[in-house]
Design a protein around this ligand. Sequence first.
Ligand code: HC1
Ligand code: SF4
Length: 575
Amino acid sequence: MVNMIIDGKHVSAEENITIMEAAERNGIPIPKLCYLKGINEIAACRVCVVELEGKEKLITSCNNVVKDGMVIYTNSPKVRNHRRNTVQLLLSQHDNRCVVCPRNGNCQLQQVACDLNILDIPFRQEPEYQPWDKDFPLIRNSAKCIKCMRCVQVCDKIQGLGIWDVEGTGSRTTVNVAGHKTIREADCALCGQCITHCPVGALSERDDTEKVWDAIENKDKIVVAQVAPAVRAAWGEELGLTDEDAPVGKIFDALKRMGVNYVFDTVFSADLTIMEESTEFIKRFTSGELKERPMFTSCCPGWVRFVKTQFPYMVNYLSTAKSPQQMFGAVMKTYFAEKLGVSPDQIFTLSIMPCVAKKGEREMDLFYGEYAGHDVDAVLTTRELVKMIRSAHIRPDTLVEIPGDSPMHAGTGAGVIFGATGGVMEAALRTAYFTLKGENPPADAFKAVRSGGFQENAGVQEAEFAIGDIKLRTAAVSGLGNTRRLLQQIERGEVHYDFVEVMACPGGCVGGGGQPIHDGEELAFTRGRKLYALDAKAKLRYSHENPDIREIYSDFFGKPMSHKAHMLLHTEHWK
Ligand code: HC1
Ligand code: SF4
């Protein structure tokens, strides 16, 4: 331990931690813009400077470690002046129209400027507005970029893709798509991690809320919504609701109050996915025809985009099952339209997702059916849902928990855990066990697939199970950098698995690129634990026990992987 004084307070700090960490652990927060622990510790923004007694020049606190006897001032006049100048310089080239910025109210630059009481910007240079394809689900506004490098580093170090890079020199230095490509030419997985790690409004999802308001206003359309598993773990964060106060039933209430006609839980179609995917897995595993092992899950479109560009020959290994989002869209426009006695094209399908890649998934030609166009007509992120609740002037404390509609009503704990890394695999194994043995396993029999019992080690979670005579080797991985390493090991024959779950975002969808942003705080694992807690107390924990799933098979699909199921619930990813 080292002893030091920070702002007059005697503190002990562990050796080798930074001054910033020592201060924060002692209740003294230091403002920052570029710093991300373990990812971006390059002191690019210089907002975190502090004064070290006996030293003329200020030092950055994010990358200087503590030393015994240090006397530090984090908020002296000299520090404040320097910070103010630094931030004024940033603002001098920044598009400062905060009121028309997607991050208005949740922007680190706005916060720091406000805290420093910056009321004018003495020098002003026109920001650079670079062209951008506004139809792409990921939007970049170059005039908001503060060159903090977070997007570059997250994409490179965590997601292993390197979509972003620095270009230009001097005051025209900026970040843009690497290699002078357009974003459509780049291999962007659309995971949205650059958005959730951007401190300002330079990166955001395409706003589709107006499209949804138009559909709600259109008297010829019946708006049918689904809400993804991971949304329930995070939507209340931005509205000041505690976990107990933010059940999915209140999202249903909000959607109905906005004018949505029917509301459903994607957990139903997660159960449907399990019926199809576990049947496919057993078929592939036991038929002997499966040379291409492992079978990969296919519900994460970030991962599907990644494998298509980075390991194209492995696309054949993907399960042919559509994602729950796409399955639900197809079911709404067929089975549900039939139940309502309306034509499929009267139905407008809306998904609320924690994800930016889901906007890309809905647009794919693969998911364009002859029955009524796209399975899904609009996808909103959790953040866009919150925006709509706010713009509808719905006070969160007036929301009440209401049930979803029927007949695709019921959902199981197995479907809920889809939103956390390992959850899809665990849900599939529960049902595969039942199919092979004719009886249920204990509900937690496969919890070894959870990330270290859901500790914060993310990465790859390997497990081995015996179901009767069958031995299964599984892996669940999240984060595309981890995924690349795993696929390379598979390629080299160093590891062998039968079934692999991949989620592009660290921690799974709970950490998705469309979730609420808390600057520099990684909440995926906290949110994931909420989903496992919901599963633990669910009445039904096996997808095959979902009564509405049984009904849809007896009424409509016949059985898993039937011709009708094949047409509506499966796809050919390699096309
Ligand atoms: Fe996900 Fe999924 S879990 S992909 O992560 O399989 O987005 O929540 O909806 O489709 O169910 C996302 C989440 C989501 C699908 C399901
Ligand atoms: Fe989207 Fe979930 Fe995949 Fe992230 S992990 S890209 S949120 S589906």
